[in-house]
Design a binder for this molecule. Sequence first.
Ligand code: NAI
Length: 331
Amino acid sequence: MQTVTLIPGDGIGPEITEAAVKILEAANAQIEWDIQTAGAEVAEKEGSPLPDRVIESVKRNRVALKAPVTTPIGKGFRSVNVQLRKSLDLYANLRPCKNIEGIKTRFDNVDIVIVRENTEDLYAGIERQIDKDSAESIKIITRKASLRIAEFAFEYAVKNNRKTVHAVSKANICKLTDGLFLNCTREIAEKYPEIEYKEILVDNLCMQLVQNPEKFDVLVLPNLYGDIVSDLCAGLVGGLGIAQGANIGENAAVFEPVHGSAPDIKGQNRANPTALILSAIEMLRYINQNETAARVEKALYTVIKEGKCLTQDLGGEATTNEFCEEIIKFL
Ligand code: NAI
C-alpha cells in the first residue's frame, strides 16, 4: 500500500477528484489517500491557501495527485500551484500531448512532449509598482535551472525513444535571459549526440504547431512559453479536458491536469475528468503500479473510442458521473 497526498482543489476539482478516486479504487489500486485541502476556502479558515501541512504531506509521501486550485486574478494570494512547485522544487513540468483514438481533431498524428521549466522566469513573481501608471516584472533565468531542465528533457528523450529535442526561446529579443537558456540547452545537447537538437523561436513555433504539429517531438521551454504552448498543444489533441501533466523534482512528484478549476462549469456535473485520470495513470506508473495503470488506461481509452458516453467538451452528453461509471464497467 502506498500513501499518496490527494489535493482535491476547488472549482471542478472536487468533482473530477471524486471520479478519479472511484476509478482507482474500482481498479484496486494499492493507494491510501492522505487528503489535503488547499485554496481560497482554506485561506479563510487557516490564513493561507497552501498551509504548511500540505507541503509537509507531499514531502512525507513524495507523491501527490492534485486537482486544480483557483488563483485570484490581478489581486489576492499568490498561485498555490506556483508556491507548491517552488517549495518542493518540482523543477520539471512534463506535459505529453498525443491524439487519443475517438477524439476528432484537425490533426491525427500529434505526439508532442512538453518539458517546461517550472521554478523561475516571470513566474518568480517579482513585480513592482513603479508609480500609479506603470509596473514591472522581473524575468529570472539561471544557469542551474536551465541546465537541469535541459538534462531532464534529453534524459526523457533517451528513455522514451524520442528523436528530437527543440529548445524554444525568444532569444532574439531577450538576449541575456533566453540567450542564457539556449547556451545551457546547447551545452547539454552536446552530451546526447544520439538525439537531434534544434532551436526555434516561440512565435514561429506557435505558427508551425497549428500547421504541422507532426514535425515536433520533445520541446524544452522556459516557464512562461511552456505554459502557453502547453495549452496550445492541448487544443491540438482535443482540449484541456484531456491534457495531463506532472511536476517532477528530485524528491517529490505532483501529478495534475493542465487545466484550471473551470469556475464556469463548477458544480454542474459536466467536467471531463480525463485529464486527471490520465495524470493518475502516470502517477500509478511512477509508484510502480504498472498493471493497474494499464488497466485503467485501457478502460478509459475504450470508453473514449466507443464514443457513446462522452462529456460535453468532447461532443457528448454524459455527466462526469456517467462517464466515470462507464469506465468502471470496462475495468
Ligand atoms: P480553465 O482551464 O479552468 O478553463 C478554461 C476553459 O476550459 C473553460 O471554459 C473551462 O470550462 C474549460 N475546461 C477546463 N477544464 C475542463 C474540464 N476538465 N472539462 C471540461 N471543460 C474544461 O482556465 P481558466 O478559466 O483560465 O482558469 C480558471 C482558474 O483556474 C484560475 O483561477 C486559474 O488561476 C486556475 N488554474 C489553476 C491551475 C492549476 O491548479 N494547476 C492551472 C490553470 C489555471
